[in-house]
Design a protein around this ligand. Structure first.
Ligand code: PHE
Ligand code: NA
Length: 453
């Protein structure tokens, strides 16, 4: 069967694909998580290690995922069925990814909902009422209210479904072309402003002066794990988005652009956040509350603070939305391609199901605070742990093994028109898939399981 000759109605343009895929990659991982783990792991040295992980591990695996989708021309499970036959066990690689995308959507929508709530707060002038204490208390008040949290979570999922229902060209690509440029514009504005604040220079120094004596082994593992999450790997996104690409697409070049945009956003967001924090003379390791608790207070101490806060949370909301779209699309594409469901029904059913699973995730911060799913972890934390620490690395590992070992040289070349099979880049790429990525991921997984002490 020649997958290259089959056509599937997909992206209107390559730029549209890059924006949509970068939209998936750029998310809460960049703006919420990366800054606080960089703070926790001590800055510069961690950033260097992280860049290494993106280039040496994330990028090669992204190419591999795109190849699978590009050649399979179906959803993340169906592509394996096309390539390997209906009875092949490789379909389980796709199955892990689709389940991961679904679980991810359920708990991602909780934090994404908070970002919607903060846009509303900033726009309605709630930040200007009361002093520092009240503003800091807003986060506690939000997470303590079961209803308020679920309301924004539902609204966020409805917005996500409203875009996905329009399909690739009319929904995902169209909205990515609006939301991503807006996101970049907001970020550059905030970044430039922050560079002129008193903490700007300090932030640059913190992020770009590596002090390797601060680098704990845990930081390396943190960087490895985050590389998968931040590039949306192991969740079937790149397989699914890649399946809508045309045959001539240069998968390596496209992957590079997506990874570069993701990295750029992570760095600019961190510099912005750190300069705001340093301007206030605070230490950085604020933890997960950094963005929602600390940042609004600090913004308000700067000139144009209310406007800045609004722009920042708008940025966060856009980033979360374009990522959630991709998670939903992975599952919707599966239902459309494998069960022949109409897109409308698939989007509605999967969106509702994600909301139902999302309810105990949202309630993990109030009503179900004391309920442990995995020992010592709320439902939200359990799903986050399961997906981010185990399923995504495992999915990425299996994709690497599949393309590295199972795929023959000819087939690789046919899908991979722009890399010369005798060239050094090709050899390096294959080496990563065959040896480096599996070894790295096994080390992360053993470590997470506590086997490395
Ligand atoms: N890459 C997204 C982020 O950084 C998260 C994500 C993971 C999205 C996996 C889709 C699939 O926030
Ligand atoms: Na990301």
């Amino acid at each position: 069967m020649d997958a290259r000759s089959s056509t599937r109605k997909g992206w209107a343009s390559r730029a549209g694909f890059v924006l949509a895929a970068a939209g998936s990659a750029v998310g809460l991982g960049n703006i919420w998580k990366f800054p606080y783990i960089t703070g926790t792991y001590g800055g510069g040295a961690f950033v260097l290690v992280y860049l290494g992980c993106i280039l040496l591990l994330g990028l090669p695996i992204m190419v591999a995922e795109l190849i699978i989708g590009r050649c399979g021309q179906r959803d993340a499970i169906g592509s394996f069925l096309v390539l390997e036959g209906p009875d092949s066990r490789w379909k389980w690689v796709g199955a892990v990814s689709v389940v991961a995308a679904f679980l991810l959507l359920a708990f991602y929508s909780v934090v994404a909902g908070w970002s919607f709530d903060y846009v509303f707060k900033a726009a309605s002038g709630e930040f200007s009422k009361g002093g520092t204490e009240q503003i800091g208390g807003l986060f506690l008040k939000l997470t303590a209210s079961a209803f308020r949290g679920l309301f924004w979570q539902a609204l966020f999922l409805a917005a996500t479904a409203g875009i996905v229902i329009g399909g690739i060209r009319g929904g995902i690509e169209r909205w990515s072309k609006i939301l991503m440029p807006a996101l970049f514009g907001l970020l550059i504005l905030l970044f430039l402003h922050s560079m002129f604040s008193p903490g700007g220079m300090l932030a640059l120094r913190f992020l770009f002066t590596p002090d390797f004596s601060l680098l704990a082994p845990r930081a390396l593992l943190g960087a490895l794990g985050h590389a998968f999450f931040t590039l949306s790997l192991g969740a079937g996104v790149m397989i699914t988005y890649g399946s809508y690409l045309d045959a001539e697409a240069d998968l390596f070049g496209l992957s590079f652009r997506i990874a570069a945009l993701d990295t750029l956003v992570a760095l600019l967001a961190s510099l912005t956040i750190f300069s705001v924090v340093f301007s206030a003379g605070m230490p950085i390791d604020g933890g997960p509350g950094l963005v929602f608790k600390t940042l609004p207070i600090l913004f308000l101490q700067l000139p144009f603070g209310k406007l800045l806060a609004l722009l920042f949370f708008l940025l966060l909301a856009f980033a979360a939305l374009t990522s959630a779209i991709s998670m939903l699309e992975v599952v919707v594409a599966y239902a459309v391609d494998e069960w022949c469901w109409p897109r409308g029904r698939a989007t509605g059913v999967v969106g509702l199901a994600a909301f139902f699973l999302g309810i105990p995730c949202g309630l993990s911060f109030n009503v179900l605070k004391g309920f442990a799913l995995l020992p010592g972890h709320t439902v939200f934390e359990s799903l986050d742990l399961l997906v981010s620490s185990y399923m995504l690395p495992l999915g990425g590992l299996m994709v690497a093994v599949y393309v590295g070992w199972r795929w023959t040289r000819d087939r690789q070349c046919s899908a991979f028109v722009n890399l010369h099979p005798e060239g050094r880049l090709f050899a390096a790429w294959r080496f990563v898939l065959r040896y480096f990525a599996p070894a790295a991921v096994l080390i992360i997984l053993f470590n997470e399981a506590g086997w490395l002490g």
